[in-house]
Design a protein around this ligand. Structure first.
Ligand SMILES: [Zn+2]
Ligand SMILES: [Zn+2]
Length: 274
């Protein structure tokens, strides 16, 4: 296919790719706000949805067919969602497994999912969210795929966590009150274990969930210092455990196995109150 592109041909896919979670969150939200009824292509809310899906650009151009997320397709998706609502008693349209998963997330956590949709919508409209198609083989792909609030919000969250300036501030605040850079969940201290090589190393976790992480400044008390292993486990599936909740899990497992954990850290609790 590459040579065709080089020769100046435009490649157009013949079928549209599957709907992604972020797209379904936007569609499901429209249905939820319409009392769980599907909407028709002429509806202005469908026009808005279709526009948002174009902005979201969940797939690169060459994977889109001519009808990609147009009004008809967007409207049809709202019926896939609506006809799978438990209150719907007539014949259901087909739809996919992910449609039903996202619908279930909306039923289980309506406020959170509505907030996530709101953030997504506003971020796309105002260009504050990164609408680049997401790579499947990315390191974070698995975590992204399991984040109920969708990959775009998840990715923004991780980018914020990796902000070097914030991490630095958090670390110096902890050191200033006499704390160490030990993990808040398990007490693992990179410097203690790796010596000079581990000096100053620890990851920063942003404890505010995706659907609440709107624009605005991040407080140092919203950041927790967590070792790489535990951090990975927090993000593995949603809802994320808080550091104390994960600590309780680790502790339970350790007790069951007859192992004791290092004591909890106090430094962050100290600066959390400042
Ligand atoms: Zn994190
Ligand atoms: Zn740890």
């Amino acid at each position: 296919m590459d040579w065709l592109k080089r020769e100046g041909f435009t490649i157009v896919a013949s079928r549209n790719p599957k709907w992604r979670r972020d797209e379904l969150i936007l569609a499901c939200d429209v249905v939820a706000r319409n009392n769980w009824k599907g909407l028709y292509p002429e509806d202005s809310r469908i026009a808005e949805l279709s526009d948002l899906l174009q902005l979201l650009a969940a797939y690169p151009v060459e994977e889109r067919a001519a009808t990609y997320r147009n009004r008809n397709r967007a409207a049809r998706k709202t019926f896939d969602v609506a006809t799978h609502h438990p209150g719907y008693t007539k014949k259901r349209t087909n739809g996919g497994r992910l449609d039903r998963e996202v619908l279930q997330d909306f039923l289980d956590r309506p406020t959170e999912m509505a907030q996530a949709a709101h953030l997504l919508r506003e971020g796309l409209k105002h260009g504050t969210l990164d609408p680049v198609p997401l790579e499947e083989d990315d390191d974070d792909a698995e975590d992204e795929a399991s984040a109920p609030e969708g990959r775009v919000l998840y990715r923004r969250h991780r980018t914020r966590e990796r902000n070097k300036g914030l991490r630095k501030k958090k670390i110096s605040a902890v050191l200033k009150v006499g704390g160490t850079l030990a993990c808040e969940v398990c007490g693992f201290d990179f410097a203690a274990v790796y010596g000079e090589r581990g000096e100053g190393y620890i990851e920063c976790h942003h404890v505010v969930p995706l659907h609440e992480a709107g624009e605005g400044t991040i407080k140092l008390s919203d950041l927790a210092l967590i070792c790489s292993n535990r951090h990975r486990m927090i993000h593995r599936s949603a809802p994320w455990p808080t550091p104390p909740e994960l600590r309780a899990i680790v502790q339970r497992q350790a007790t069951a196995g007859g192992v004791s954990l290092p004591g909890p850290r106090v430094a962050t609790e100290l600066i959390a109150s400042t």
